[in-house]
Design a protein around this ligand. Structure first.
Ligand code: KG4
Ligand code: ZN
Length: 367
């Protein structure tokens, strides 16, 4: 069967066409229209502008996705759409477009949880994982650890209690003058900082040995930069898997402001490296606990921040040490896209989880 999927929960309008069969899901086309440039002018996503921008492109990119896939609307067996969580106005554009498409063409409609979508992106990769597994989803809005019990059953075992890792990267990066979304530029600046501090980095090209990743990590912990820019860990104390990124973010903001007020120039690259080191180290602390508690399960790393080279390197090194099979999503499937919604939607469809046409969208984590 063919699935047409729609994602509009934040600042990317995305539509994909997939083929679902017994052996799994295959991607036929994925069209993503990013609004990042528009929001960069304001330093973050402006919800009303996001909704309007989705409305402007959603119809065009739907037909583009169908054309690229070489599949007509008449052959689509299910329409899958992100119905939560996200910006309500933005979600409503996708949900109402999906509803209209489903109603007018008599196609079943499936609602998809955006986070389940980030996890389901893994089903589109080579040697795709099969549940059960653990999934760490790190994005602009979420930092959450799931026990994925089946294709449709996800048990949340840990989460951030305030800001998400990506949101904190974006906010702190903005203070360096990095434009929204700051994550990728922050990543590069941190690599520059690691090189400057210890002459090695977290293997940004992913070609190196994880031994060298560990060496860079250890060397940085002992460096002057780590001492000078000491920041609080986002890993909350205790035998659980919860994070807090707001303390780390506030400490970083204060450090930057104090440096500015005292007229002491701060080294942006070294500071970025110290921030990234602390954020990644916090994530690894909790992941390590979770891998110990679920020793037989593979790990999936996904979400926009999973594109971060330092996080990828450190998670790879951790999983090698623990002998945990690891599935890191390719960067093309980390950020928001329509393909991941189609992959999750296929399994929701198989489980009979269909939406009625009087359904609604929801901004929060559960409907
Ligand atoms: O998953 P996503 O596209 O949207 C949400 O669901 O939130 O994630 C977007 C987030 C932004 O905060 C962006 O700055 C961050 O992912 N990001 C990165 C990198 N690339 C994107 N963060 C750190 N390092 C990166 N290389
Ligand atoms: Zn996302």
């Amino acid at each position: 069967m063919y699935i047409l999927s729609i994602e509009s929960s934040c600042d990317e309008t995305a539509v994909a066409v997939l083929r679902g069969e017994e052996s799994g899901v295959a991607l036929l086309s994925d069209v993503v229209a990013s609004q990042a440039d528009v929001h960069a002018l304001y330093g973050g996503v402006v919800p009303e502008i996001a909704s309007r921008a989705h409305t402007e492109v959603i119809s065009r990119i739907t037909y583009e996705a169908l054309e690229k896939a070489g599949v007509s609307l008449a052959r689509i067996g299910a329409v899958a759409v992100t119905d939560h969580p996200g910006l309500i106005g933005a979600l409503l554009v996708g949900v109402n477009f999906g509803k209209a498409l489903a109603f007018a063409n008599r196609i079943p409609l499936v609602g998809v949880d955006h986070i389940k979508g980030h996890i389901a992106a893994a089903y589109l990769t080579e040697s795709a994982p099969k549940p059960p597994f653990l999934a760490f989803v790190v994005s602009g809005g979420h930092t959450a650890l799931y026990h994925v019990k089946s294709y449709t059953e996800h048990h949340l075992i840990g989460t951030t209690r305030d800001d998400a890792m990506g949101e904190a990267f974006d906010k702190v990066g903005r203070l360096f003058g990095l434009s929204y979304p700051a994550g990728a530029a922050f990543d590069r600046l941190s690599t520059e900082g690691f090189m400057k501090a210890v002459g090695k980095a977290f293997d940004p090209n992913e070609n190196g040995e994880s031994q060298s990743v560990r060496e860079a990590y250890r060397a940085f912990a002992k460096s002057d930069a780590a001492r000078l820019y000491k920041l609080p860990s986002p890993a909350l104390l205790g035998d659980h898997y919860d994070f807090s990124f707001s303390g780390l973010k506030t400490a970083a903001v204060n450090l930057l402001h104090n440096a500015e007020q005292s007229g002491k120039a701060l080294d942006n690259a070294l500071f970025a490296a110290a921030y990234t080191y602390t954020a990644v180290e916090g994530a690894i602390t909790k992941l390590s606990l979770a891998l110990d508690a679920y020793p037989s399960l593979p790990l999936v790393l996904g979400g926009g921040v999973a594109a971060n080279s330092h996080l990828r390197g450190a998670v790879r090194a951790l999983c090698e040490r623990k002998k945990t099979p690891l599935h890191i999503l390719p960067r093309s499937l980390c950020g928001d896209n329509g393909a991941m919604i189609g992959a999750a939607g296929y399994y929701e469809f198989l489980a009979g989880n269909l939406l009625r046409l009087d359904c609604n969208a929801s901004a929060s984590d559960s409907l």
